[in-house]
Design a protein around this ligand. Structure first.
Ligand SMILES: *Cc1c(COP(=O)(O)O)cnc(C)c1O
Length: 415
């Protein structure tokens, strides 16, 4: 047996967004056991409205007036949650006609909806023009389709150009710019594309730059924002009209793994104030936009499973829950991670006492990949207790293989 000082191991940042009362988590002010009874079955995802509000309010307070906050709804497309977000942010970013429908149903103002994504089908582009939303063009192929839809509908297609920047967001969990990418249009192709936008009579509105995702380094985010702004300013010289819309991307991350800290908004706020100041002089018609997914919703959600079995195999404790990777793929380590690490996990039980043990939380699927916590220090738990996976408000059910092994879909509640 190895002896190690737990104080020397990197720890998860405290999940103190959810208060704990007598060993139980409070979600939306409600004890988790009562919420589970209200939901009626496990596993489920619960999203806390007050945390959504708090996060949006913190961001708005940090950002200069005039910088718009958009919600990238692919992070969590639950209709009730999107409806809540519509009331909290300035606009919604969609990535398919399916998401467009949810956003419009939720009451989003089409003037403040933008549609990005590679491989937009002709029908999706026509739907976007009919809805009057902004299309972030990612390919020359989209232009004639948009022009035809404009003609047929008598509505000018509103377009921005999504640029594949010649830099990347350093230290990102997922890079979506720099080098060869299926996203956006390479910088050197943009001037030619802008000429076509003009000749086809499309309504040019601006640029969209998105360099990466899940970043916890404020300096990297600031650098990418500065480079994005400078690139847009340069490309604006070839634009057929004034830039009205400049989406500087997002990439704000949340802490998932031991040793990670929450992002420091202060330097990002200062940087955005400086960019906004410059833009007032250099691009006076432009609204600056920041688009965020997980940062807005990720920390507000938990995934709750009930332990159905407890086994000990060769000295190792396995808590077998009723939920797993088929609902929360990312927490199992199979959603783009290179090295598997544990999400923050806890046992929520009344009068848990102080006894703790090393245990692994697994799911019911017949695959060793169905692992939600690998030998974590947890409160001693037994059959019937609830296990919670934090940081589950983004990329949960909609990003997981729910049909795998034929278990029921996860219930989602907003409380
Ligand atoms: C995925 C995506 C986002 C959201 O990313 P998060 O990491 O959830 O903030 C925003 N914009 C674009 C273009 C995306 O593809």
């Amino acid at each position: 047996m190895t002896v190690s000082n737990p104080n020397l191991k990197p720890q998860h940042v405290a999940m103190d967004q959810f208060p704990v009362q007598d060993g139980e988590l409070l979600v939306g002010g409600q004890r988790l056991s009562a919420l589970a009874a209200r939901v009626g079955s496990t596993p489920f995802f619960a999203y806390d409205r007050s945390l959504l509000r708090r996060r949006a309010a913190e961001l708005k307070a940090a950002m200069p007036a005039g910088v718009k906050l958009h919600y990238a709804m692919k992070a969590n497309p639950m209709p009730a949650l999107v409806q809540t977000m519509v009331g909290l942010v300035d606009g919604i970013d969609v990535a398919s006609a399916g998401e467009l429908k949810v956003a419009l149903d939720a009451g989003a103002d089409p003037a403040e909806v933008s549609f990005a994504g590679p491989g937009k089908r002709d029908t999706e582009l026509r739907q976007a023009v009919a809805a009057g939303v902004l299309v972030n063009v990612e390919s020359l192929r989209e232009l004639p389709v948009l022009a035809e839809a404009s003609q047929a509908l008598g509505l000018p297609a509103r377009v921005a150009v999504r640029v594949n920047p010649d830099f990347e967001l350093k230290g990102s969990g997922m890079k979506m710019g720099g080098g060869a990418k299926q996203f956006g249009v390479d910088v050197d192709v943009v001037p030619g594309l802008l000429a076509q936008v003009a000749s086809l009579g499309l309504a040019f509105e601006g640029f969209h730059l998105f360099a990466g995702s899940q970043n916890l380094r404020a300096d990297s985010i600031c650098e990418a924002q500065q480079k994005s702004y400078a690139l847009a300013l340069q490309l604006a010289e070839s634009a057929p009209g004034p830039v009205k819309f400049l989406n500087l991307g997002g990439g704000f991350g949340i802490p998932y793994f031991p040793g990670e800290q929450r992002l420091d908004l202060a330097p990002i706020s200062a940087n955005l104030h400086a960019i906004a100041e410059r833009a007032r002089a250099e691009m006076p018609a432009a609204s600056l936009v920041i688009e965020l997914g997980r940062y807005l919703v990720g920390e507000a959600g938990i995934y709750v499973t009930r332990i159905v079995d407890r086994k000990v195999s060769r000295g190792q404790v396995f808590l077998i829950g009723d939920g797993g990777l088929h609902h929360q793929l990312a927490a199992s380590g199979n959603f783009g991670q290179v090295v598997r690490k544990n999400y923050p996990v806890a046992i929520s039980k009344a009068d848990a006492g102080t006894a703790r043990e090393s245990a692994s939380l697994v799911g019911p699927l017949c695959t060793p990949l169905d692992l939600l916590a690998d030998r974590m220090e947890l409160a001693v738990a037994d059959v019937g207790d609830l296990a919670v996976v934090f940081q589950s408000g983004a990329y949960g059910p909609s990003a997981s293989p729910s049909a795998f092994l034929g278990h029921p879909a996860a219930v989602e509640v907003l409380v």
